[in-house]
Design a protein around this ligand. Structure first.
Ligand code: ARG
Length: 282
C-alpha cells in the first residue's frame, strides 16, 4: 500500500504560545546613520510610527501572545527595536553590547528590565546585538556576524546556554542583522523551518543553510528589500511586512497564515516586525 503524504494544511500547523517584549516608539526618529536604510536628513513621523507599532502590538494580543513592555527612554530613538536588547532563553538573559555608541545605553536599560522581570542576567563581554543576530531553531542557536555581533559573542552563547551555536556570516550591508536575512518559521526546527535570502550570506554560510534546511523558503529580492524576512512566527501565524506579497504566498502554500502589517515608518530606521519583537523564554 502506498501512503500519499497530504500537503500541509493550516490545520496541521500548530501555534505555540509566545511571550514577547516590545518598546513603544515614543521617541522614534532617525537622527544618525548606522545602517544603509537610515537617512537622518529625511523627516520621520513619530505619530505614524506609534500608530503602526500599535497595530503590531494589537495583532500580537489578538493572536494570544503575552506582550510585555519596556519604557522607552528619551534620546534612544532605536529602542523600539527591542530584538536588539538581548537574547533570552532558559530564563537567562544575555545582555546586548551595541556596536555603535548611539545605541550603547540601551544595553544596560534592557538588562535592568530583565533583572526586574525575574530573569537571571549575564553581562555581555563581547559586542552583540541580541536577538537581532541570534535566532533559536530547535535546539540550535543560529548566530550572525559580519556587521554587528562579534563572533566572540557566539562563544559566550555556547558557554551560557550549552547549546549548539552555528555561526553565519552576513555580507550585504542592507541585511546587517541575522533577523533581516533569515526568519524562523517553526521553532521546533526541521528541514523546512526557516526562510532566508541566500545572497545575504557568504558562501560557507550558504552551504551550511542549504545542508541544514534543504526545504527552506528562499524569498525574492523584492520581498527582502521591504524587510519581509524580518517577521515573527508562532509556528502557525507569521506576522510579516504587508508589502512582502510573494513571501505571503509562499507561506500560505506551506500551510502558514501570514498576517501583513505596514511598518513603513519604522523601516526608515532599518527595522521591521521582528526588530520590534524580543522573545522571552522562561
Ligand atoms: N536603526 C537600528 C540599527 O541600525 C535598527 C535595528 C533593527 N533591528 C533588528 N533587529 N534588525 O541598529
Amino acid at each position: 500500500m502506498t501512503l500519499i503524504e497530504p500537503a500541509p494544511t493550516t490545520a496541521e500547523r500548530r501555534a505555540t504560545h509566545r511571550t514577547v517584549l516590545m518598546c513603544r516608539p515614543e521617541f522614534f526618529t532617525v537622527s544618525y546613520r548606522i545602517n544603509p536604510w537610515m537617512h537622518p536628513e529625511q523627516p520621520t513621523d513619530t505619530g505614524m510610527a506609534l500608530e503602526q507599532w500599535q497595530t503590531l502590538y494589537e495583532l500580537y494580543l489578538s493572536l494570544g501572545f503575552e506582550v510585555q513592555l519596556i519604557d522607552p527612554i528619551p534620546g534612544l530613538p532605536d529602542m523600539v527595536y527591542a530584538a536588539n536588547g538581548g537574547f533570552v532563553l532558559d530564563g537567562i538573559a544575555y545582555g546586548a553590547r551595541f556596536q555603535y555608541p548611539e545605541r550603547g545605553p540601551e544595553g544596560p536599560a534592557y538588562l535592568d528590565w530583565f533583572a526586574a522581570a525575574g530573569f537571571q542576567v549575564r553581562e555581555p563581554v563581547s559586542t552583540n546585538e541580541g536577538e537581532g543576530d541570534f535566532l533559536l531553531v530547535g535546539d540550535t542557536i543560529l548566530a550572525g556576524t559580519g556587521f554587528r555581533s562579534d563572533a566572540a559573542s557566539h562563544d559566550e552563547l555556547r558557554r551560557i546556554y550549552g547549546r549548539e551555536v552555528v555561526t553565519l556570516r552576513l555580507v550585504d550591508p542592507a541585511f546587517y542583522h541575522l533577523d533581516t536575512a533569515l526568519a524562523v518559521l517553526d521553532s521546533a526546527g526541521g528541514p523546512a523551518s526557516v526562510a532566508y535570502l541566500p545572497k545575504a550570506f557568504d558562501e560557507a554560510s550558504r552551504a551550511i543553510l542549504e545542508q541544514r534546511f534543504p526545504d527552506a523558503i528562499h524569498v525574492t529580492d523584492a520581498d527582502a528589500a521591504v524587510l519581509g524576512l524580518n517577521s515573527f512566527s508562532d509556528g502557525r501565524n507569521v506576522v510579516i511586512a504587508s508589502r512582502a506579497e510573494d513571501f505571503a504566498r509562499q507561506l500560505r502554500e506551506r500551510g502558514y497564515i501570514p498576517h501583513g502589517v505596514d511598518l513603513s515608518e519604522l523601516l526608515l530606521g532599518g527595522g521591521g516586525v521582528k526588530c520590534c519583537t524580543l522573545e522571552l523564554r522562561r
